[in-house]
Design a protein around this ligand. Structure first.
Ligand code: NAI
Ligand code: MG
Length: 363
């Protein structure tokens, strides 16, 4: 069957790391007949230079028609003063919004070879493999009212509103439970039901969803602040963590630092299943940005982008063996001491972007 990929390399090192992913797509088509069809578009500053917008309507249509979007990174000093509505990030936000990507998946995997690079003790992170499922389209970042009011007495009031409806909690909880079934079958839901009404509802709906459809999965609840503490104290106690937009933003950044470099971290964002085909819209991207400080030098770490492609194989195409093989290849190459500059350690061999991609491909 045909598998339609839409590639948006973007700006800076996005172009360099996407070039490495293209090698895997070509090789899989040639060796295994994987049937990937790729199209490529422009996003961010590159799209602004070509079309005067952060993503063109034609490219938006291609993104909507694809089985999965692979996104590199956007931004850079060249576009710091473009009009606000056309800034590079606007392309990313538009994609997330129009594809209705409500579930953000951020794995924190600590490859044993990199356990020393973590900000925590090696024994705490070695072999760590957790997945944070963050709600991405609701909550306090989007709820109304959202404004600054002038109170007239020299005081102003800043207002943001945390809003969650039952269906929003139900669908993100379902994603978490379904993913847990493919892993260690454990979900920990985090909120602040002790001080927030939306937290009370979150807890109720996750519990009800569990009871109705996923009672085979182990479910625990934790207050989000205690969850942050436990993530740093003993992260290996977790398998899947499901939480709202705000707490998920913070908890996933904390979890990121357990594993070493920004150049190692992939992510996936999923939408609702199509009513006819059951397929979810999806976009896969590294957590890092366009890294203007090292762009164009051929030294960026392509692993975050390659691992994002592994997530794409796993979640969009159910190619579990291929995804496992790709992740194992990354681990083996690191084990052999092959490193880009950002993860370089004593006694290891320093390589550039292309050599790292080639080493993983060969493996
Ligand atoms: P950044 O993630 O681009 O870079 C932060 C630091 O990490 C830099 O020192 C960079 O060299 C290093 N780094 C990042 N990825 C790396 C990799 N793969 N290999 C080796 N080193 C790597 O974040 P920064 O500097 O805050 O932002 C740079 C630009 O990227 C800005 O225009 C920002 O708006 C944009 N950005 C875009 C994102 C996206 O497209 N999703 C996310 C974050 C920032
Ligand atoms: Mg963040």
């Amino acid at each position: 069957s045909v598998r339609k990929l839409f590639l948006l390399p973007g700006d800076g090192i996005g172009k360099e790391t996407m070039a490495e992913v293209r090698k895997f797509i070509t090789a899989m088509n040639e060796k295994f007949g994987s049937g990937f069809e790729t199209e490529e578009g422009l996003v961010g500053g590159s799209a602004y230079d070509a079309h005067g917008v952060a993503i063109s309507e034609a490219d938006m249509e291609k993104a909507l028609a694809a089985d999965a979007v692979l996104f590199g990174a956007v931004g850079g000093p060249k576009w710091d003063s473009v009009p606000y509505e056309h800034r590079p990030e606007a392309g990313l936000l538009r994609l997330r919004k129009d594809l209705a990507l409500f579930a953000n998946l951020r794995p924190a995997i600590c490859y044993p070879a990199l356990a020393n690079a973590s900000s925590l003790k090696p024994e705490i992170v070695e072999g760590l493999d957790i997945l944070i499922v963050r709600e991405l389209t609701g909550g306090v970042y989007f709820g109304a009212p959202k404004e600054i009011i002038d109170l007239g007495n020299g005081q102003k009031r800043g207002i943001d509103t945390q809003v969650y409806d039952t269906y929003e909690i139900e669908r993100i909880a379902s994603v978490a439970f379904e993913l847990a079934r493919t892993r260690k079958n454990k979900v920990c839901s985090m909120e602040k039901r002790n001080v927030m009404k939306s937290g009370v509802l979150w807890n109720e709906v996750v519990t009800a969803t569990h009871k109705a459809k996923y009672s085979d999965v182990q479910l625990d609840h934790m207050l989000a602040d205690a969850g942050g503490m436990q993530l740093v104290r003993w992260p290996k106690q977790f398998d899947v963590i499901v939480t709202d937009n705000l707490f998920g933003d913070m908890l996933s950044d904390i979890a990121a630092m357990l594993t070493g470099s920004l150049g190692m971290l992939p992510s996936a964002s999923l939408g609702a299943p199509d009513e006819v085909t059951g397929k979810r819209k999806a976009m896969y991207e590294p957590v890092h940005g366009s890294a203007p400080d090292i762009a164009g030098q051929g030294i960026a770490n392509p692993i975050a982008m390659i691992a994002s492609f592994a997530m794409c194989l796993r979640y969009s195409f159910n190619m579990i063996k291929e995804a496992d093989d790709l992740e194992t290849a990354i681990a083996n190459v690191l084990e052999r001491g092959i490193r880009t500059g950002d993860i370089m350690a004593e006694g290891c061999t320093k390589v550039g972007t292309e050599a790292m991609g080639d080493a993983i491909l060969a493996e």
